[in-house]
Ligand binder design. Structure first.
Ligand SMILES: [Zn+2]
Length: 255
């Protein structure tokens, strides 16, 4: 996909996750925001670069990290929407600087770009909101409810609900640029099988662009994939989010 985030903001680094926040500030990025996050999205959709490089949060970088998530900053890119100062969770009041649909949509494009750049899969443990960090990663946070509400959409409420909508939208943006899958050309015997990643935990299964090719992502234990093709021990698979790539078949078990 085209660069949404400028290339110079995306240094080479080994990153595992993207955490999406709101700043609990106004619609413009201030110095506190820039210290805490890598990328800020203002109310009108403009992007502001944080003070710290994304590479600072890579494991063992030796640089001072952007400190956006309690005890979970290493390997994690912090993206934040500038909004929600003075907001209240219950009864819900978005305050004077509600999240705008424009900045939400820009956030989706930003995260899709980062996910592609850093080879991060769209899963609930790799691309998540701050409110999902505790339930999904089991790392305790302090009353963080970003993001359990979208001010412009009263029908989606809850950390899982908002997170799932976010990931579906991110995956859809990433899928836009993928080639069509010629399903009719797949022989019948290769159509149905679904497999589950098995036996890689606590590591993950490498997801490659070709048989034994470049690593473009990783599949966590228990990820379900469809098999699209076979070359020796390498299988071409499609994830539920629509990613297509190659994996080593020893770690796939029939569902
Ligand atoms: Zn947060």
């Amino acid at each position: 996909m085209a660069d949404v985030v400028p290339k110079s903001w995306k240094p080479k680094a080994d990153m595992q996750r993207i955490h999406v926040h709101w700043t609990a500030g106004g619609h413009k990025a201030n110095s506190t925001d820039k210290a805490a996050y890598h990328i800020l999205i203002e109310g009108d959709g403009d992007l502001v670069r944080g003070d710290k490089s994304i590479a600072a949060n890579a494991k063992g970088s030796g640089m001072k990290q952007a400190s956006h998530t309690l005890n979970a900053n290493t390997g994690a890119i912090g993206v934040s929407m500038c909004c929600m100062a003075g907001a209240r969770e219950s009864p819900f009041d978005p305050g004077k600087f509600p999240m705008t649909e424009k900045q939400w949509n820009k956030m989706i494009e930003v995260v899709a770009d980062l996910a592609e750049t850093y080879g991060i899969m769209v899963t609930p443990v790799t691309i998540l909101t701050h409110a999902e960090v505790w339930p999904n990663l089991h790392i305790k946070q302090k009353n963080k409810w970003d993001i359990v509400r979208r001010a412009f959409d009263s029908s989606t409420v809850g950390h899982k609900e908002v997170g799932d909508v976010m990931r579906a939208e991110i995956a859809a943006v990433m899928d836009r640029d993928l080639p069509e899958i010629p399903v009719d050309e797949i022989p019948q015997e290769m159509k149905p099988p679904k497999y589950r990643v098995s036996g890689v935990w606590p590591s993950t299964l490498n997801f490659r662009d070709a048989p034994n090719g470049k690593r473009v992502g990783s599949l966590p234990e228990r990820t379900v994939v469809e098999r699209l093709g076979v070359v020796d021990a390498w299988w071409r698979v499609r994830t539920r989010q629509g990613f297509i790539g190659w994996v080593f078949s020893d770690f796939l078990k029939p569902v």
